[in-house]
Design a protein around this ligand. Structure first.
Ligand SMILES: Cc1cc2nc3c(=O)[nH]c(=O)nc-3n(C[C@H](O)[C@H](O)[C@H](O)COP(=O)(O)O)c2cc1C
Length: 281
């Protein structure tokens, strides 16, 4: 029995993300389809305590994160669907992504499950960085992203007005259990993390998400982007292991060793300004 979990981050019931997530899930042919609407969960922001860094330590915030992670562990495949709000995925996705720090050293509990990421947006050309940023959710959950796409539709259900959208998302759904599936890359995307956001440092072209480098060449009238092969980019097994099991624990050690000194650095800033909060009703 195959289990597919749909994680929908739109608060809009039967909105575009929900419809496309459901269409993709149905197309998998799986018999167990479960859906979670992120905005129904109590997910609190990360407190930056870093107590979740060791392999055996969970996040200590008491909320619905464990419920969600248990559901992901039970699933064979995950469908992520989020609307674009202000050029990025909506805020529930960012809250979840920050909390995924706690999964950093627990890769093996999630690895091997496939995932697709569906972004919806309302205005052509205003999709911003939503798709690339949503994909990060899959990478930080250690899921194997097999395809991603953005779908245009401002009003609820309007994505269905173009029949190609339904066909595309159904194809994505089938890809979840098709080991031979080959995704068609977008032009000029980073070959490692599929982001089409580019940074240029005056010499190299750099993917700001996974750090893969490349070069910009001009051949006649044509400007070409060439990414260099990078084995251990930030979202590779080795890149994630290095960050979570070497860099972050070392930073924690450094913090513990220099704690008193950091307190001294903080001291002059302790009394500046007044923190204000709303009156309790
Ligand atoms: C607060 C807010 C911000 C939005 N910002 C963008 C945006 O930056 N770019 C865009 O193309 N659409 C934007 N939209 C439109 C939604 O992405 C679009 O309606 C989408 O289909 C919503 O998906 P849903 O039906 O699953 O909620 C925004 C919508 C809201 C409510």
């Amino acid at each position: 029995m195959k289990r597919v979990l749909g994680i929908v981050s739109s608060p809009r019931k039967l909105g575009n993300s929900e419809i496309l997530a459901k269409a993709a899930m149905e197309a998998t042919g799986a018999d167990n389809l479960e859906l979670i609407r992120l905005t129904d969960l109590n997910l609190k922001p990360c407190q930056a305590c870093y107590r979740c860094l060791p392999k055996d330590k969970p996040c200590l915030i008491e909320d619905d994160l464990d419920f969600l992670l248990d559901k992901i562990r039970l699933a064979d495949a995950v469908v992520l669907a989020a609307p674009c709000y202000i050029l990025g995925p909506n805020a529930s996705i960012k809250i979840l992504q920050d909390r995924l720090l706690s999964l950093g050293s627990k890769i093996e509990q999630y690895a091997g499950k496939t995932c697709i990421a569906i972004t919806t947006y309302g205005r052509p050309g205003v999709e911003g960085y939503a798709e690339a940023a949503l994909n990060l959710t899959a990478y930080f959950m250690h899921l194997q992203l097999v395809d991603c796409a953005s779908f245009l539709g401002a009003n609820p259900a309007s994505v269905l007005e173009d029949p190609a959208n339904l066909q595309r998302v159904q194809k994505m759904g089938r890809a979840l259990f098709d080991p031979g599936y080959q995704r068609t890359p977008k032009p000029n995307e980073c070959p490692a993390c599929w982001s089409d956001i580019l940074r240029y440092d005056g010499k190299n072209l750099i993917c700001p998400l996974c750090g893969t480098k490349g070069e910009i060449t001009v051949e006649g009238q044509a400007v070409k982007l060439k990414f260099f092969p990078q084995v251990n980019h930030r979202f590779s097994e080795e890149g994630k292991r290095e960050h979570n099991e070497v860099f972050l624990p070392n930073k924690k050690e450094e913090f513990l060793a220099k704690r008193k000194y950091y307190k001294e650095l903080q001291q002059p800033y302790r009394q500046i300004g007044n923190w204000v909060t709303p009156e309790q009703k």
